[in-house]
Design a protein. Structure first.
Length: 174
């Protein structure tokens, strides 16, 4: 489906871009968030990713994995921004939340924040792409360049860690 939409985009049908965006926006956001760990920066990466998709749609090779192509652009954009930001002064998001983005991109809010703070980057990325975006493990394996078995293992670890985080630990011992 994305292949056909990119082909339409190449032929000047810019209505196809909206459908491409709708189909990939969550995945792009979560890939960027997993690298950058800040919502506002992930939103910035979303913008730069889709600008690159528009500019470079003609370079996409039909028949390959369009979703993986877009997510790879997002990952590279996020890594470039992270590298650039190492040279900047950083601010604590919790100390001054007003200067950071506040637009909600999803309905999971607190769960995503807990996962982002608790899980390693790769496990967070895999969890978000599977649970929130519906990507298949083989698609994630292609984007992250790792075996499907590793993706499955990291996903299971992430689920176990999140269960542990949200298990009620109060009450009386017998």
């Amino acid at each position: 489906m994305l292949d056909k939409l990119i082909k339409r985009l190449n032929s000047g049908d810019y209505d196809a871009f909206e459908k491409i965006y709708d189909a990939t926006r969550k995945g792009v956001y979560y890939v960027a968030l997993s690298v950058l760990r800040e919502r506002s920066l992930a939103e910035d990466v979303m913008q730069s990713t889709y600008i690159k998709v528009l500019k470079n749609a003609s370079q996409y090779k039909q028949g390959t994995n369009a979703s993986a192509w877009i997510l790879t652009i997002a990952k590279n954009e996020a890594l470039n921004l992270k590298k650039y930001r190492r040279r900047e002064v950083t601010y604590d998001q919790d100390a001054n939340p007003i200067i950071f983005g506040s637009t909600e991109t999803d309905d999971y809010g607190l769960l995503i924040d807990a996962a982002r703070k608790t899980l390693p980057q790769d496990e967070f990325t895999i969890l978000m792409l599977i649970a929130a975006c519906g990507y298949k493990r083989r698609e994630i394996a292609a984007v992250l360049e790792m075996p499907i078995s590793t993706v499955t293992w990291k996903y299971n670890n992430a689920i176990a860690e999140m269960r542990k985080q949200f298990t009620y630990k109060g009450g009386k011992k017998k």
